[in-house]
Design a protein around this ligand. Structure first.
Ligand code: ADP
Length: 418
């Protein structure tokens, strides 16, 4: 499912960006081509103006001058008299231009001592070859029927435009490829946390159903037994049902706490809290339980008075309770558990140290995961593998951190920093 979404998002991102880019490229090309044509036309007009001015100031127009102008400006010159091509056209390439120049000079000399020229320019396409030109016609004045036609081929400009279009197409193709690759990576990164979250949700639901199935099965089978059981055994069965129901209720409470944190409905009521008092309270609550297991529970608090800490006292007490409960569960009889607190650089460090079975490095990475238990068989029925994940979420919601390290001589140290 996510593969399809990934692909669609990539196409959407890359497609929309590429469309905008291509439209902008086309607009640029349009504006650029128009200005190239305009500039060319302008240059042609300027040239023709210069030629006209030159012609006006010359008493004689030499064939040489025309040929020079022709070769300099890539122009084609035609001299026309009354619509009939003049000799220059036939002779310009023949090598006899020099001898025949005289004729044109004489002609111009005799007809007009000073040329008063006017001109006009327009585009013209040869019907036979399809080649486009800018054409300019210089009229040699009212007294003369002589016209000079100047053609400038637009083919070099056209090939320059074609080259520009080709270059833009290549650039656009490369950009589209890069955009698609970028969109693929970018959307992949965007989707990654969503995919991970969904996988976690699936695992959570699967693990929760699995955990709930066991007490449910016990309740159902015990209820069946109740139907045919003699009176004296009935209270035992009912007690089992009650215990399993309590077990399920505790599990559902834990799951609700975690789902509340997932949906950010985790209520944290921050208030100034005396952390040392909180630790003493926790110690007093768990001392009887520790005694039952012949475990020595001790407290190590700083002697100097501490500032208050902004925290949710109930939630932090819940975290400390989880850690002490775990320490008691995973520490053998006659073991030791120490609660300690120290304050350094504006941070409260709360530690629960035990000399119990300890946690391997491999398991240290996973114990904060939901439903993770190092050895399912080793844990008692009250352990669902949710305690540390709840502790983790609460500490995170406080902006703090929780970590585990090995204790000297075996056992574990869980440290909360607030
Ligand atoms: P559980 O409800 O099973 O204790 P937790 O999330 O609190 O779940 O703990 C996860 C696992 O981490 C436990 O199943 C246990 O294997 C391990 N663990 C937690 N605390 C300790 C400890 N103090 N010493 C050794 N192992 C521990």
């Amino acid at each position: 499912m996510f593969k399809k979404v990934h692909l669609r998002l990539t196409l959407l991102c890359a497609g929309s960006t590429a469309t905008i880019m291509i439209i902008m490229s086309l607009c640029y090309l349009y504006v650029s081509e128009r200005s190239l044509y305009r500039n060319q036309f302008q240059a042609f007009e300027n040239d023709i103006n210069t030629i006209t001015t030159n012609l006006e100031h010359q008493t004689v127009i030499s064939m040489e001058w025309l040929s020079k102008m022709e070769s300099q400006g890539n122009y084609l010159f035609f001299v026309v008299d009354n619509g009939i091509p003049f000799l220059y056209n036939q002779l310009s390439d023949s090598g006899e231009a020099a001898s025949k120049n005289k004729l044109l000079e004489e002609f111009l000399d005799s007809s007009q001592s000073k040329i008063s020229a006017s001109h006009y320019a327009y585009t013209f396409t040869s019907p036979s070859t399809g080649t486009s030109y800018i054409a300019g016609v210089i009229n040699m004045g009212k007294a003369s029927s002589l016209e000079i036609i100047i053609l400038f081929s637009l083919e070099p400009l056209k090939s320059q435009i074609l080259e520009q279009r080709f270059r833009f197409t290549l650039i656009d193709i490369a950009a589209v490829i890069m955009l698609t690759a970028f969109a693929w990576i970018f959307t992949g990164r965007l989707l990654k946390p969503i995919i991970e979250n969904q996988q976690k949700q699936i695992q959570f639901v699967a693990a929760a159903s699995h955990e709930l199935r066991t007490p449910l099965a016990v309740i159902l089978s015990t209820e069946e037994c109740c139907q045919n059981a003699p009176q004296e055994k009935l209270s035992g069965f009912l007690k089992t049902i009650h215990n399993e129901a309590l077990h399920m209720s505790a599990l559902v409470d834990d799951m609700l706490t975690l789902s509340g944190s997932d949906s950010h409905h985790f209520s944290i009521n921050m208030q100034p809290v005396e952390i040392d008092t909180l630790i003493i309270n926790s110690y007093e609550s768990f001392e009887p339980l520790a005694k039952e297991k012949f475990i020595t529970l001790s407290v190590n608090l700083p002697e100097n008075p501490l500032p208050t800490c902004s925290a949710d006292s109930q939630r932090i007490s819940q975290v400390i309770a989880i850690l002490i409960q775990n320490a008691i569960s995973y520490t053998p009889e006659y073991g030791k558990i120490e609660l300690s607190l120290f304050y350094k650089k504006n941070h409260f460090h709360i530690s629960v140290t035990d000399n119990g079975i300890g946690i391997s490095d491999e398991d240290k990475k996973k114990i904060f995961d939901r439903f993770y238990r190092v050895e399912k068989s080793r844990s008692s029925k009250e352990h669902f593998g949710l305690g540390l994940s709840i502790a983790y979420e609460i500490v995170q919601a406080h902006g703090g951190s929780i970590s585990v390290t090995d204790a000297d001589g075996g056992g574990s140290i869980f440290t909360i920093i607030l």
